[in-house]
Design a protein around this ligand. Structure first.
Ligand SMILES: Cc1ncc(COP(=O)(O)O)c(C=O)c1O
Length: 127
């Protein structure tokens, strides 16, 4: 029986168009934070990509944040959402978390409980 790959949340095959775009950019030099011409060209690609992704998602470009990977994204989402909700209403301290979540989710939740006054409930998966 052929193997069935079920861990696309961890890593998945690139779409051909994404692979092509990535390979094209890997050929380019330029630090998007630099003010030289190579840097400005790199910055343009980053910002145009941000705009295209935002348009595809129905979001604002300012709402699209590029991260280095899953753990950074999870930390940003959990801590950022907690901070925003708490700023809007100091009573909003409860986190509801899937009990089967990855440690990249559980660790920032634990951090918020231990250091930021959050409480957490875990929704355990059933059969
Ligand atoms: C939900 C979740 N967060 C984070 C990670 C780890 O991602 P990274 O190695 O990019 O930090 C994984 C990996 O499986 C994941 O499933």
């Amino acid at each position: 029986m052929p193997a069935v790959y079920l861990d696309h949340a961890a890593t998945t095959a690139l779409l051909p168009a994404a692979r092509t775009a990535l390979l094209e950019q890997l050929e380019q030099l330029g630090n998007p934070s630099a003010i030289n011409s190579a840097g400005r060209a790199a910055r343009r690609v980053v910002e145009e990509s941000r705009e295209r992704i935002a348009a595809a998602l129905g979001a604002l470009p300012s709402e699209v944040i590029f991260t280095s990977g899953g753990t950074e994204s999870d930390n940003l989402a959990i801590k950022g959402t907690y901070a925003a909700r708490l700023a809007a209403d100091p009573a909003r301290r409860r986190l509801v978390v899937g009990g089967a979540e990855h440690h990249a989710i559980l660790d920032p939740v634990e951090f918020l409980v231990e250091t930021q006054g959050a409480s957490a409930s875990f929704a355990e998966p059933d059969a």
